[in-house]
Design a protein around this ligand. Structure first.
Ligand SMILES: [Ca+2]
Ligand SMILES: [Ca+2]
Ligand SMILES: [Ca+2]
Length: 399
């Protein structure tokens, strides 16, 4: 009996025993509650409440962003906009989109138990002003590759200006040669085609140019290298297409008259851009902003060759691609858009076809710059190198 606990040996103490247990339970509950206060659960952000259509906020407007969390008590809020911290410890912020471009919002919510974070991206877009022009308003850059028209019409700087405000013609030279232009408004990515680019193609004479687009995401008024995306066309996933192509052209021994231009590329191939019998000037561009360096590099997507010679006639056919390239004939090429006769003989482009270097689709709300570059590296016999021509462009989003 001595070994039994004290309260079993004293029947009178049963009530006291029950009181002990109740006190013990009460102490346990109280201790648990104390633990909750000392160690809260980490916060969890449910969402940032934001306006419905974040992809088209007009520049200059103000929006309210509001954090929604699972446990709103005793939280610290830290907001970052385009990598700049806001000095604000509030669950909501008011932001004015003073400049157009991309806005990257990051929200951190913390308490003593931890931190949660969430990201949100939206775009501020300048809507076209009434009376803006459908035509190209400015040539941002003209950097043709060597070619039979380079340094003379239609392949000189004066030629590049002929497509401002109207139709004209500029030749881009061999693979990689390009022109960059813009309109007097941001071209919004609406339903279907958003702009057209005119060429001088006809059936069997398609000198494909890849069209790339840039949305001025950082709002600095310039197309930066990371802002460019190709618009994919029918040959972008074809066997033989190289999405990471770089060609280097070498300055000829003299620049007074034409001679073959040597090139090499990042696949290890090399060859000659041949001087033809018809064009006697130097083919290596002599007017670029960088002067006349010993070599010139051009990069982008390379499409497979399209030129075929008819063995019996000796004539060359520079084949048509199905869709999605400038200076390329297709059934849609002669058609007009929106009953506007100025859109005849053009290729039609939809910003929704933008892809990154891996071919992954990129969603762009709008674009500020268009680049057209020659997409193939080929000699079509006596026709010479294949070089895309640009004969104008029209925005389908002008007011
Ligand atoms: Ca579109
Ligand atoms: Ca920019
Ligand atoms: Ca052409």
């Amino acid at each position: 009996m001595e070994n039994f606990p004290h309260y079993f040996t004293l029947p009178k103490s049963r009530a006291i025993h029950q009181i002990y247990i109740l006190i013990l339970i009460a102490l346990t509950i109280s201790s648990c509650q104390k633990d909750i206060v000392d160690s809260p659960i980490p916060p969890s952000i449910l969402e940032i409440e934001a306006p419905q259509n974040l992809s088209s906020i007009p520049t200059g407007s103000t929006i309210i962003l509001k954090a929604k969390t699972n446990s709103p008590d005793n939280l610290r809020y830290e907001w970052k906009v385009n990598n700049v911290w806001l000095s604000n410890n509030m669950p909501q912020i008011s932001l004015t989109t003073s400049k157009k471009g991309e806005y990257n919002i990051k929200l951190y919510v913390s308490n003593s138990a931890g931190t949660d974070s969430i990201s949100l991206k939206y775009y501020s877009i300048e809507t076209p002003k009434e009376g803006c022009s459908k035509w190209i308003s400015q040539i941002t850059e003209f950097r043709p590759a060597p070619g039979q028209y380079t340094n003379k019409s239609p392949g000189n700087p004066a030629s590049s200006q002929t497509i401002v405000g109207k139709k004209g013609m500029v030749s881009l030279g061999g693979y990689g040669g390009y022109i960059v232009f813009n309109f007097d408004h941001t071209v919004i990515n609406g339903n279907g085609d958003d702009f057209v680019v005119h060429g001088n193609a006809f059936k069997g004479n398609s000198e494909a140019g890849i069209v790339a687009v840039a949305f001025d995401a950082n709002g600095n008024g310039r197309p930066d290298p990371e802002e460019w995306y190709d618009l994919a066309g029918s040959a972008h996933s074809a066997p033989g297409t190289n999405r990471n192509y770089t060609i280097t052209y070498f300055k000829p021994s003299q620049t007074e008259t034409s001679e073959d231009i040597q090139w090499s590329d990042n696949t290890g191939a090399e060859g000659l851009l041949k001087a033809t019998n018809f064009h006697k000037q130097c083919y290596y561009p002599l007017f670029l902003a960088e002067g006349v360096p010993d070599k010139l590099e051009y990069s982008g997507t390379l499409l497979p060759p399209t030129a075929v010679q008819n063995p019996s006639t000796g004539n060359w056919v520079v084949g048509d691609l199905e869709w999605g390239y400038a200076d390329n004939y297709s059934e849609k090429y002669p058609l007009v858009v929106n009953d506007d006769p100025d859109t005849r003989n053009s290729n039609k482009f939809d910003i929704s076809n933008a892809v990154d270097k891996n071919g992954k689709s990129i969603s762009l709300p709008a674009i500020d710059f268009v680049k057209v570059y020659t997409a193939v590296n080929q000699q079509a016999g006596w026709l010479g190198e294949t070089s895309a021509e640009v004969c104008g462009a029209i925005s389908l989003r002008a007011q």
